[in-house]
Design a protein around this ligand. Sequence first.
Ligand SMILES: Cc1ncc(COP(=O)(O)O)c(C=O)c1O
Length: 397
Amino acid sequence: MEIRAAERLGHLPVYLFDRLDADKAAVQARGVDVISLGQGDPDEGTPPDIIAELARTAIEPANHHYPSFKGMPEYLQAIADFYRDNFGVALEPGPEILSLIGSKSGVGRLPLALVNPGEVILCPDPCYPAYIPGMILADARIQYMPLLEKNQFLPDLTQIPSKVARRAKLMLLNYPNNPTAAVATQDFLKDVVQFARKYEIIVAYDAPYNMMVFDDEKPLSFLQIPGAKEIGVEFHSMSKLFNMTGWRCAWVAGNRHVIDALSRLISNVDMGIFKPIQFAAMKALKNGTVFIQKMNRLYQERRDAVVNGLKELGWRVLPSRGTFFVWLPVPAKDKESIPFALELLQKTGVLITPGRGFGEHGEGYLRIALTVNVERLRDAVRRIKEAGYIYNPSQSD
Ligand SMILES: Cc1ncc(COP(=O)(O)O)c(C=O)c1O
């Protein structure tokens, strides 16, 4: 018998990192020590006290049962306290916070819970690629909002035709932004709330990096903007906060009607987070400030090493004020991002993500993930220099 997958799978994009992994494996097979600045997965481990809490609570048989998909009340309370302490935002743990097995799972499924076939979703371009499948599976009409350098990679809301805005059900936003590393201003977010109210659009604000900001930048939550809770929700996660990407522990907070719709979907298709992971997350959220500051200093040092190193080679590098990414124009004028990144990988063993993989408006850019140590980052810059990727600042871009 021939097994044929459903046709809808044919509509899904190829996941960007699968292709990069294949290219990386081919170069590694030649014996090259690849420096991977591709995927945004923290290299430092989860802090030992969080692991100890997991181990302590994992011994208890009472914690081995099916967990509620909603999240333990104590876990939800720890999230509410985190929002109160960091952003001055008041949230009611039950109706206004829902646990998720990763913000990817929540933000990816939201269109299925909210959007009818043919309704419009406003989505940034470039964006985190995992937004796309959920919108396609919901048969939504995707209207991209270009993130342009001249607008600090914030969408220009005035460029969205009112006809489109009136048909839009949902707007996805993500700051600090993957892949552009841009941060949002309070003024921009106020405009978003006003726009969403005017056109009755739900805002899904994806904020897994919102504590990861540098220089004089302050962490910002969408929910601290007046009126945000009336129109939207914020997705957040333990993944990047405490180097817990493999643990699958996250949440969505904000508008209770949006959360109710998502929880009706999730209760049918998912389980909750393993209870010992929730206990460990509670501990992290309660005592994590010092660790978060330490990681921010580390990423800032890495960012400076990359930015300064590449600038010395004549590359134009954009000032990254948040996330652990650096976003930069392809330095060779005559090359698009994919051929440039593939050639760089072949010649230097340094893997950088081509911006095109994040959308049409990512073309012309590259993304570097700061998820290797500073010595290895300097080694990457040295290899790039030795391979002759040196430009006149006026030529690059
Ligand atoms: C913008 C953005 N949202 C969501 C996620 C997924 O995070 P989680 O591990 O919570 O699923 C990522 C991970 O890279 C991301 O960059």
